[in-house]
Design a protein around this ligand. Structure first.
Ligand code: KG4
Ligand code: ZN
Length: 352
């Protein structure tokens, strides 16, 4: 089965083809340059860019893969959560293609697809724990099967990636700052007492990163700003004190995630494997800490390679292929679900 995946939930327009569990080709147009000017994603601009990109990307995908449209057996598209206008462009494109080609159509939960992407590189053993850390979400799931996810915890305010990006902005980095902040952190010294590990003195699995952001902003406001290059675009121009701030902030976020994941694993005693996904899964310290944690517990960690961690269409095509084999599909009345609304369990499926 050849599945076309379409991703347009935020600021990456992407298409990919997965055939029998293998990625054939993947194309992506990032809009980060467009939004960098504004310090964050501008929804109206994002939808317009998706509209501009998807057609040419489809032609590019066909050329690159050597496939023709009539080879496609299933169209899978991220239906949410995300920016409504952006999602509508991808979903509309997907429905039109499926209708024109006379093939099934399937709308997917973007967050579940992030976690399932690990299966493109290594087999996921169910049940397992899933930690999704992206620009918009920080969720912990119990994953029972490719179609059954139980949410155990979530962020109450800022997502982990959002915290990275907001601190990056305060420190003069262009949006999104997560990757550069990670790089600077690896050259700094951690002071574990400098910033609080937020919202861990409780017994739940939720997160709250907005207080940490305030703590860093307050600390930074009394530092020698005059020596800070703006915009800060690489590690070479950053003073050591700033690298140390990045290292301590990075540690506070990662350690908070570790505490909650460990708590979840202590409760889900039949689980021995952790899947880490989303853009922040590319973080060097997070990958190392989660690897150590799972090793100490005699379990295993699955993290997709960095290109599969950030938004991409390979994850949508793969999840589509996985579910499509069981006949999962939607009819063309399927709704697009923006951020903040629960995604209904309304796939037409045989048991997965
Ligand atoms: O999953 P993703 O591409 O998009 C969303 O669905 O949100 O995640 C993007 C987020 C951004 O906040 C970005 O700063 C963050 O992932 N990110 C990182 C790193 N690479 C990307 N955060 C920390 N360390 C990194 N190495
Ligand atoms: Zn995402």
């Amino acid at each position: 089965m050849l599945c076309l995946g379409i991703e347009s939930s935020c600021d990456e327009s992407a298409l990919a083809l997965v055939e029998n569990g293998t990625l054939l080709a993947s194309v992506l147009a990032s809009q980060s340059n467009v939004h960098a000017l504004f310090g964050g994603v501008v929804p109206e601009l994002a939808s317009r860019e998706h509209y501009r990109y998807l057609g040419p990307l489809f032609d590019q995908l066909m050329e690159r893969s050597g496939c023709i449209p009539s080879d496609i057996d299933l169209v899978a598209v991220a239906r949410g959560p995300g920016l409504l206008g952006s999602l509508l462009v991808g979903v509309g494109f997907g429905k039109a293609l499926a209708f024109g080609l006379g093939i099934p159509f399937l709308g997917l939960n973007h967050l579940h697809a992030h976690l399932l992407a690990a299966g493109l590189e290594r087999d996921i053993v169910y049940p397992c724990l899933g930690l999704l850390v992206s620009g918009g979400h920080t969720h912990i799931y119990r994953m029972e099967s490719p179609s059954s996810f139980e949410q155990l915890g979530r962020t109450l305010d800022d997502a982990a990636g959002e915290a990275f990006d907001k601190i990056g902005k305060i420190l003069g980095m262009t949006y999104p700052g997560g990757r550069l902040l990670d790089m600077l952190a690896s050259q700094g010294h951690v002071d574990a007492a400098l910033f609080p590990r937020p919202y861990i003195d409780n017994d739940n699995l939720d997160f709250s990163f907005s207080g940490l952001k305030t703590a860093v902003a307050t600390y930074v406001s009394v530092q020698p700003w005059q020596s800070l290059p703006r915009p800060l675009v690489n590690a070479e121009s950053a003073p050591q004190w700033l690298k140390d701030v990045c290292a301590s902030f990075n540690f506070a976020v990662v350690d908070t995630l570790r505490v909650k994941v460990e708590r979840a694993l202590n409760r889900q005693t039949d689980i021995h494997s952790l899947v880490l996904a989303g853009g922040v899964a590319a973080n060097t310290l997070l990958r190392r800490e989660m690897e150590d944690l799972m090793q100490q517990r005699g379990g295993s960690l699955l993290v997709p390679s960095p290109a599969l961690c950030t938004d991409n269409a390979a994850m949508i095509a793969y999840a589509g292929w996985l579910l499509g084999q069981h006949g999962c599909h939607h009819d063309f009345s399927m709704e697009t679900i923006p951020r903040g609304r629960a995604i209904p369990d309304d796939m037409n499926c045989q048991s997965v």
